[in-house]
Design a protein. Sequence first.
Length: 464
Amino acid sequence: MKTGLTQIQQQKLTQEQIQQQSAMQVLAARLTELPVESLRERVQAELDENPYLETRQDLDKAVTDSRASQDSEYDQRKDYSSEDDIPDYMLHDNRHSAEDRETAGIIAADTPSFYEQLKEQAGGYQLDDHDRKVLEYIIGSLGDDGLLHKPLHEIADELTVYHWCDTTEADVERMLGILWQFEPTGVGARNLQECLILQCRKYRHTQLQEIITHDWDDIKHNRWSHIRDRYHLTAGETDDLRAQMHRLNPRPGNAMSEKDHNVTQTIIPDFTVEVDSDGHISLTLNDTDIPTLQISDDAQDLIDQSFVREYVNKGKLFISAMLQRRQTMLHTMQAIIRIQKNYFTEGDESRLKPMRLEDIARITKLDPSTVSRVCNSKYVDTPYGIHPLKWFFTTAIGSSTGETTTRQVRNALQEIIDNEDKHAPLGDDQIARILNGKGYDVARRTVSKYREQMGIPTSRMRKQ
């Protein structure tokens, strides 16, 4: 009888541990999405809400313990011969001060952030406290492009579990409908198709909206001849629809962040990479003024009280998630440096290698979605400038010498156009032939796509 009771207790304990681990993973994922400035605010909010969570005073000891832990995990003497291994460069935990990070950041005029501009618009709606909190949480979950890439049920779960805001998926969907009324139109869409449909609806592009809704696969693959035949369009009508399409904004978040080209938002780098005269690379995670947390000693005397135990468990969960965030951030940045080591040692943009989220996931053993969270809205200060982590990711295309990156092709395209005869500018087919001669295996339509993405007009418009 006693053995059976013990087994039941052990099984219950295991289930509780699984639930706690799952909750910690979700919280860690949410914290990983936050850049350093937002993380500082999140930590302070947790300290304000939890009376049994406090900051550690022995920060020097915390740094020492952290470095010792990392040294045991990343053996600096190891011969890293496999791409699956962690990079073979020195990792320093010499945390930078807030003043250093301020100096390293891009300091500019005080302008509302994308998040703040959307919050200002939310002020124009009569919402109760619950709905306003849900709406602001959705806004905070948007990607840099202004789209919502997170499932609605996940947002509802996070609000309920971590923010004590009982929320259903229907609540989130209702507030998302409010967000769709904001400017720029398309913000909060869950995918590109939905983003374009919202814009068509506003601008009353009725026929284009119907085509995007029902013929999205043809739109994605640029099969306008199929669309023309299906809707019995003339060549002129088809061109007009394509022109309408090109005036739509696939990244509505950029419309607000780039509203004033003369104003640059302050950027505080999350990482600093330094290179010494011998080419040795050091990495710093810039989190020195984010306090190290611990559970208050007072909690131990009151742990039998259920509400105290709830606070303690919540505090421990947050501390574990913070530690996991730090480890995930370092793992990811290390892997980026591993692949792009030539750029970090030489500063030559053309030395960037093709790199995808999956490549970093393979090296770090992290899920690609976790890598995406790390790289979203994060910046690194390098000897050659401050870059968003997304800047290091680029796709590969064929070349006579193997694989090259789209960025290299774009640089070559820009150089060709810069040196062309302005009285007889080159057409896309001519540029494609020149690029092929330089060893870049690209077609005319690829040149057209890159040229449009780079904001370069057609040859007719470039003629002087």
